[in-house]
Design a protein. Structure first.
Length: 176
């Protein structure tokens, strides 16, 4: 089975400065480990909320590392320093607004402030980039909602073939 390269970018000034331990990036890795049967190679970065820096890491993970999937957390709210969606849009050739729409829809079942979230997703080369919220519970809820489309999306952009753990998640691929 092919190894899947996954980039995780945590945009958080406070986690980067060591004010608190990052738990959101670890939550992403835990959920993806539950969903993916392939061996995974994780490229995990905690960085400050700077658009140029976020863009640089997204480009590096896509173009140099060759990640099939890049998942970000943090920086998706309305605050002045929340710039992850802008960084994502800046480096992507195509945006996939359905990912953000579905994640907000799921989150609205739990909190009315989900309408403030600006999660998005896009394609850069052969990498799918998904912006997630910052709380571990929300990360799991959002990934459970969108992951069924992730392997097929990565197939369509000629990335690695992801084998899903059907005991934990059902993915969709059209019948040949």
């Amino acid at each position: 089975m092919q190894t899947i390269k996954i980039g995780i970018v945590v945009s958080s000034d406070r986690a980067f400065q060591g004010v608190y331990e990052d738990i959101s990036g670890k939550a992403i890795q835990e959920v993806l480990s539950d969903f993916i049967l392939n061996p995974c190679e994780y490229h995990y970065h905690i960085i400050s909320d700077e658009q140029d820096l976020i863009e640089s890491y997204l480009v590096q993970l896509s173009d140099e590392v060759g990640c099939d999937l890049i998942v970000t957390t943090g920086g998706t709210g309305p605050a002045k320093r929340d710039v992850t969606p802008e960084a994502t849009e800046s480096v992507c050739q195509k945006m996939l607004p359905g990912f953000g729409e579905l994640m907000r829809s799921v989150s609205l079942k739990y909190v009315p402030t989900a309408i403030l979230s600006r999660q998005s997703a896009g394609i850069r080369g052969k990498s799918l980039i998904i912006n997630l919220p910052g709380k571990p519970k929300s990360i799991r809820e959002c990934l459970e909602a969108v992951f069924p489309a992730v392997p097929y999306c990565i197939d369509l952009i000629e990335g690695s073939y992801i084998h899903a753990n059907t005991a934990n998640i059902q993915v969709f691929r059209p019948k040949a």
